[in-house]
Design a protein around this ligand. Sequence first.
Ligand code: ADP
Ligand code: MG
Length: 286
Amino acid sequence: MSAPSVIERVKTSLVALKMPRALEVLDVTLRGIERGEIGAVEAIDALLTEELTTRENRRVRMAVRMARLSAIKTLAGFDFAFQPSLDKNRILALAGLQFVDRAEALHLIGPPGTGKTHLSLALGVEAVKAGRSVYFSSLADIVATLAKAERDGALRERIRYCCRFALLIVDEIGYLPVIPGGGNLFFQLVNARYEKGAMILTSNRGFAEWGDIFGDSVVATALLDRPLHHAVVIQIEGSSYRLREHADLLPETVRFKPTAAANPIPPTLKRRGRPPKNGGADHAHG
Ligand code: ADP
Ligand code: MG
C-alpha cells in the first residue's frame, strides 16, 4: 500500500473515531516527520495529546456553562497580596477539594469587593476541572426558583435537582432581603443537602445578621446550625478590590473595615459541645 493511501486510511479512521483535532493537525505532524523534526512515536503522542487537550477543554467549557459559573475566575488570577487577611495556603488547600468530598460547607464572609464571588467561582472551576458537578447561583435566584417550584407543586423535585450537584455555590447572601417564606424554602434545601453535598456560601454580613436577612431568627438559627456543623469559615477583612484605585478618595473608616468581633459565630448559634477552634475561624466541626 502506498503512503498516500495509508494517510487516507488514517484520515478515515480519525473521522470514524471522532478525533477532529487529531485530523486537523495530521498534515503538520506528517510534515514534521518528513523533515526529520520529530520521530514516529512523538508524532503519535502529539496527535493524541492534541485530541485529548481539545476534548478536556470542551468538557470543562460545557461543565462551566452547566454549572452556571457566571465568569471564569481563577485562583492564579487572585492577588493574595491585596487581601492579607486571607491565608493563601488555606485557600489553595481548599482547591484540593477534600471539603467537597466530605460534603462540608465553606463560608466566605466579608465586605463587598473583597473577592468572595471570585474565590467561589475559582473553587467552582477547580471542582469542574476535577470532574465534580457544580451549580452556582445567587441566594435570590435559588429562593425564587424554589418559590416558583412550590407554586407549581414541584418543590420536592426542585430540591432533589439541587441535591444532584456535588458542590452548590450560593452567592450573595445578605445583599437583598429574602422574600417572605424564602428562608424556610432555603432551609429545606440546606437540610436536604446536609452531609450529602458540599456548599460554598458567600455573605457580606456576619452570621449574627442572618436573622435579618432571612426575616426570621428561628429559620436563620436552624439554617446556620447545619452549615456550621462540618463547616469551614473564612472571614475576609479588607478593602474592596473594585475600589483599589480610588482608595485615597475614600474616608479612612471605609478603607479598612474590621468586623465587630473576631469570632463571626454569635454565641447563640454555636453548637453545644463544639467550641470552634481558633476563634471560629477554622474548622467548626469536632
Ligand atoms: P465580592 O463578591 O466579595 O463582592 P468580587 O469577588 O465580586 O467581590 O470581586 C470584585 C471584583 O474584583 C471581581 O472582578 C474580582 O475578580 C476582583 N477581585 C477581588 N479581589 C481580588 C483580588 N484579591 N485579586 C484579583 N481580583 C480581585
Ligand atoms: Mg460577590
